[in-house]
Design a protein around this ligand. Structure first.
Ligand code: ADP
Ligand code: MG
Length: 476
């Protein structure tokens, strides 16, 4: 008699429950559903990519290992996203951009920045868009004041490669869209002329491949590969600094391509002149064409970028406009950070199974908001302590700071002073200032009062102690 997929899954889960902590079980396995069994493979559906990946990496092996015990025969368990189980918000709708291949290469032979995982010598991807991130197109690029020159130049280059601006040099801080823009040009050129031979390569990787070719005595092949290109994209050329032999080779490659009218696009974190240790002849080559920068987007631009992302990922209804505004207001450092905030927020919502809201965003992005110079209502501070005490005693924190002397106010006021002193070690004078300018003898008196009361009254002591523990949890 053969069991159905659901029966197999129930048996495996019943067995797994003995091995896996209940909390883990509830978080990751409860919402799953057996989809089908084929031979010795059971496919299990999950509500989102996040849990599919998690289960696959943390639980699949364990579950498969339990099969002989639970079923009497082997069974391999696989997880995949099950469309019908999808619940909002969905992690996998927001696809994080792939890591920039320009980042320091993880060793040689990683391909030429191919996003399809082309491995090998790097020739595999030449001439195809497989080296590019599919998302980095003009359509997905939001133009604003901070990048309009760079974007307009990019479009001109795409329309007339090798003619309008060569080389095209884009510079700016990290996470502001340089790689995106450079690849958008490539996508557009390939769309118009599919046979274009292109290479997208990070400077680190260029260096690694060059070194590899010297060691393997394949330098001629290395040169040929580069010089046959119609379009060369080199990301993050500031990494060229100080690497003399790489600069030499780069200079030669550059000249060969330039002279035969091939388009070259370069990015860097600063303008050519400011790259320390870059040979003067390269600096001047880089300045031949157009040098354009990308800057930080302003508030309206940040909103437009977030809205565009939400639209692309079909998240318009998952992320309400007030949340978009909230993120745009607080996350200012780069576009990558904006995207990172959205990913984090969605992961947070998905794990907690909550709707995306401003409150949830505040919680999810606490760390990011903290560095922003904005008062953070969540971090441990004089004012969070005042608020927490006020709340616990059912008064307002303004009242705590006021001159009011009713017992309903003096007790929590003294408690707040005590906790501020204990948890933050704030000076007595400062504590006085935080409570409407009370003098330091009043503060001493308050601290003594609270201590005496705590010794005399265990219930009161427990109440203060509980609050203290909660507040301590806010320490970062
Ligand atoms: P850089 O190369 O400058 O470090 P990237 O090009 O990798 O930055 O951009 C970081 C992320 O921000 C990418 O996911 C990119 O798609 C996105 N991005 C940057 N600028 C824009 C923009 N103007 N419109 C839409 N997305 C953008
Ligand atoms: Mg980049």
């Amino acid at each position: 008699m053969s069991l159905s997929a659901a029966e197999i899954w129930t048996r495996l889960l019943d067995r797994a429950r003995l091995e896996i902590p209940e909390q883990t079980f509830r978080t990751w396995l409860k919402e799953t559903k057996a989809l089908e069994v084929k031979g010795h493979t059971l496919t299990v559906g999950t509500p989102d990519r996040f849990s599919a990946d998690w289960n696959e990496s943390k639980h699949a092996a364990l579950l498969s290992g339990l099969a002989p015990v639970a079923l009497g025969h082997p069974m391999t368990v696989m997880f995949k996203v099950h469309e019908e189980q999808k619940q909002r918000p969905q992690m996998d709708l927001f696809v994080a951009p792939p890591p920039t291949p320009a980042a320091p290469a993880e060793g040689k032979g990683k391909g030429t920045g191919s996003t399809t995982g082309n491995s090998g010598t790097g020739t595999g991807g030449v001439g195809s868009s497989s080296q590019l991130s599919a998302r980095y197109t003009f359509d997905n690029f939001v133009i604003g004041k901070s990048n309009d020159l760079a974007a307009a130049t990019a479009q001109a280059v795409a329309a007339a490669p090798g003619k309008a601006y060569n080389p095209f040099f884009i510079y700016g801080d990290t996470g502001l869209g340089k790689t995106h823009l450079m690849q958008a040009v490539a996508h557009e050129i390939i769309r118009a002329t599919p046979r274009t031979r292109l290479m997208y390569i990070g400077t680190e990787q260029f260096t690694n491949e060059l070194v590899g070719s010297i060691q393997g005595r394949t330098q001629a092949e290395f040169r040929r590969r580069f010089r046959e290109l119609d379009l060369l994209l080199v990301d993050d050329v500031h990494f060229l600094r100080g690497k003399e032999s790489t600069q030499e080779e780069f200079f030669n490659t550059f000249n060969a391509l330039y002279e035969s009218g091939r388009q070259i696009i370069l990015t860097s974190d600063r303008p050519p002149k400011e790259i320390p240790g870059l040979e003067a002849r390269l600096v001047s080559r880089f300045e031949w064409g157009m040098v354009a920068d990308v800057e930080l987007p302003d508030f309206e631009h940040r909103i437009a970028i977030l809205q565009n992302k939400a639209r692309l990922d079909h998240l318009e209804r998952t992320i309400p406009l007030d949340v978009i505004r909230f993120i745009a207001e607080h996350v200012r450092s780069s576009v990558r950070e904006l995207e990172g905030s959205v990913i984090r927020l969605l992961a947070f919502a998905s794990l907690r199974r909550k709707e995306v809201s401003v409150d949830l965003a505040r919680e999810a992005l606490r760390d990011k908001l903290r560095g922003d110079g904005e008062p953070d209502s969540e971090a441990l501070s004089v004012s969070t302590i005042q608020q927490a005490v006020a709340k616990a005693w059912g008064v307002s924190s303004e009242a705590l700071r006021s001159k009011g002397r009713t017992k309903a106010l003096t007790v929590p006021r003294q408690v707040a002073m005590h906790l501020i002193r204990e948890l933050l070690g704030v000076q007595l004078v400062e504590i006085g200032n935080a409570f409407g300018g009370r003098d330091h003898s009043t503060v001493i008196h308050s601290l003594e009062k609270t201590e005496t009361a705590m010794q005399a009254d265990p219930e009161f002591a427990a109440r203060v102690g509980k609050l203290r523990v909660a507040l301590e949890g806010l320490r970062s």
